[in-house]
Design a protein around this ligand. Structure first.
Ligand code: VGL
Ligand code: ZN
Length: 251
């Protein structure tokens, strides 16, 4: 090591390289300290759903502080070796869930389509618009799963749409050997609920972090929590509990 390399920064630099090297190794394997492979799924944290961005379908409590807390939690999980994914509601302008595509209907009306109840929403998360952008630092995500792109079917679940067509989320998790998932985001009573229930049915150990979620309404959020628990989802209050749970036996 020559004269020019000596100096106050050098030792620190070497140590930093070591830390980065270790983080890379950990992230590459997506392996946590218990040897289990875990994923975090950041659900639809997008401008359209955020009061912070005056979104087209802004969900109460989704202010800047909320989004920053989601981002901080996501950074932590990634540094813990989680395989981190985002989902993104990504509709064409003629999507079946938009009230404006059903003459005489208003947002939040419900209609029956082929035996399914469809809530009609304000137009939201239209592909390629600012409104549809993810609000969390995208460099944290190994992949972004886009959903509800078919104009004829809605898809609260990030696993499959209402016709049963798969998004690729489940295949991606299996390919990575994931056994347990931690889910949070928007909306607790729609996308988070549907995604968590599909993943627990698919055999993943599934936790939802309530404090990192926001719901469209208090009533449907309470129902969603009850339903998720009945289906075997572990709904926890905060990230601490989710981490403890994902390290426990059986995961
Ligand atoms: C969602 C309402 C409409 C969601 C998507 O992702 O929770 N909610 N579209
Ligand atoms: Zn939608």
């Amino acid at each position: 090591m020559g004269q020019a390399r000596e100096g106050p920064l050098n030792g620190g630099e070497e140590r930093l390289k070591l830390i980065i090297g270790r983080q890379k190794a950990q992230t590459r394997g997506n392996m946590d300290i218990a040897g289990k492979r875990r994923a975090a799924i950041v659900t639809d944290v997008q401008g359209c759903f955020a009061t912070w961005k005056h979104g087209s379908l802004a969900v109460p409590g989704s202010d800047e502080l909320y989004v920053r807390s989601v981002e901080a939690a996501t950074r932590l999980l990634r540094s813990e070796g989680f395989f981190v994914l985002a989902t993104q509601d990504w509709h064409p302008p003629d999507h079946i869930s938009f009230a404006k595509n059903h003459p005489g209907k208003e947002p939040f009306d419900t209609i029956e389509i082929n035996g399914r109840t469809q809530v009609l929403w304000p137009s939201h998360c239209v592909q390629g618009t600012d409104d549809a952008r993810l609000l969390v630092d995208e460099s944290l995500f190994a992949a972004v799963i886009r959903k509800a792109q078919n104009p004829l079917f809605d898809s609260y679940s990030a696993v499959q749409d209402d016709s049963g067509e798969k998004t690729g989320l489940e295949a991606t998790l299996r390919e990575k050997g994931i056994v347990s998932v931690v889910i949070y985001g928007i909306a607790l009573d729609y996308c988070v609920r549907a995604t968590a229930i599909d993943l627990v049915h698919a055999g993943f150990k599934t936790a939802v972090v309530e404090s990192l979620c926001r719901g469209v309404s208090p009533e449907t959020s309470v129902q969603a929590i009850t339903q998720m628990r009945e289906e075997g989802v572990n709904v926890v209050q905060d990230l601490h509990e989710a981490l403890a749970d994902s390290l426990s036996q059986g995961g």
